[in-house]
Design a protein around this ligand. Structure first.
Ligand code: KG4
Ligand code: ZN
Length: 333
């Protein structure tokens, strides 16, 4: 089953052609970082205008790279939410038009489900249920029990900032350019993670919730203090990263010990983080669990993951090309 994927929920204009939810024939993504960098964050109006300017060419590009035609597709998968409304609308309207014109099935996909199924791209590993998924992105941080392709239960979520948001805001405090997450990750690799002990969020007993705003504030107060003014920024970055990673691994560990799982998927932009990847590999070794983390290009937003989710969920998510709507607040389940 060959699917064309379209993802425009935030600031990446992404298209892909994927066979059977796994084999990526093409995955094209144009980030808009250069357009948003000077504002220190994503400007929604700029994002939707860039999508409108880039998307048609991105669809043609993906088809050309995969050496296929629109006519040979078995369907079109598009992110319908959650995300920025103006950005989502560009992708959804284009996908509807393509599906209608080419008379192809249309699949409306939840962006976060895409992140989960990204773990199976370019791998010869079938999904085995139930598995535990940790989604850590710029907009979301949550732990999910994935019981089947369409039955998922949120076990815990952040009370405030998403992990990626905490990275981006802390990176800004450290004077790093936008997007800060990857920059902070690079800086942390040259610092001492034990230099400073920043607070780790502890949930009430039994809860699997997360919180990052206290950590971010604590870094801010430290940087404003006399000791902070003299601190090596690499050490601050590494100590911040250690705190985030500790909390995430602790929550995965707690969730994994509460129920039976075939393994753990870690995905979303922050799953590309070197410290988290390293810590999850150590945890996998310690706990004997199978841990699947997509390669960095499929951790961050991409359209291959949207085509993958559509493959697994196809019976439940087929939509009418005349009536499908974008939903910026699309619920997870
Ligand atoms: O999944 P994603 O591409 O978009 C959303 O759905 O939000 O995630 C983007 C987030 C940003 O906050 C970015 O700073 C963060 O993921 N990120 C990272 C790294 N790469 C991307 N955070 C920490 N370390 C990284 N290497
Ligand atoms: Zn995302």
């Amino acid at each position: 089953m060959l699917l064309l994927g379209i993802e425009t929920s935030c600031d990446d204009t992404a298209t892909a052609v994927v066979r059977d939810g796994r084999e990526v024939l093409a995955s094209v993504s144009t980030d808009q970082d250069a357009f948003h960098a000077r504002y220190g964050g994503i400007v929604p109006e700029i994002a939707s205008r860039r999508h409108a300017a880039l998307l048609s060419a991105a669809v043609e590009d993906a088809l050309a790279r995969a050496a296929v035609t629109l006519d040979s597709m078995d369907g079109i998968a598009v992110t319908r939410g959650p995300g920025l409304i103006g950005s989502l609308v560009v992708g959804v309207a284009s996908a509807k038009a393509l599906a209608f014109a080419a008379n192809k099935p249309l699949y409306g996909i939840n962006h976060l489900h895409g992140h989960i199924f990204a773990a199976f791209l370019d791998r010869d590993l079938p999904a085995r249920y139930p598995f535990l998924a940790l989604i850590v992105s710029g907009g979301h941080s949550q732990l999910v029990r994935v019981q089947s392709p369409t039955k998922m239960v949120i076990l815990g979520r952040t009370h405030d900032d998403a992990a990626g948001e905490a990275y981006d805001k802390t990176a800004r405090l450290l004077g790093l350019p936008y997007p800060g997450g990857p920059e902070l990750d690079r800086m942390a690799q040259h610092g001492d993670p034990a230099a400073y002990k920043f607070p780790r969020h502890r949930p009430v007993r039994g809860s699997l919730d997360l919180s990052f705003s206290g950590l971010k504030t604590s870094v801010r107060y430290f940087l404003e203090s006399p000791a902070g003014k003299k601190a090596k920024l690499e050490d601050v970055a590494a100590s911040f990263q250690a705190a985030v990673v500790d909390v995430l691994v602790a929550r995965v560990d707690a969730a994994f010990s509460q129920r039976e799982y075939t393994g753990v998927v870690v995905s979303g932009g922050v799953a590309a983080n070197s410290g988290l990847q390293h810590a999850m590999r150590l945890w996998a070794h310690r706990s004997g669990a199978d841990v699947l983390i997509p390669p960095p290009k499929y951790c961050t937003d991409n359209a291959a993951m949207i085509a993958a989710a559509a493959f697994y969920q196809r019976d439940a998510v087929q939509a009418d090309p005349l009536t499908l709507t974008a939903d910026p607040n699309l619920p997870f389940d």
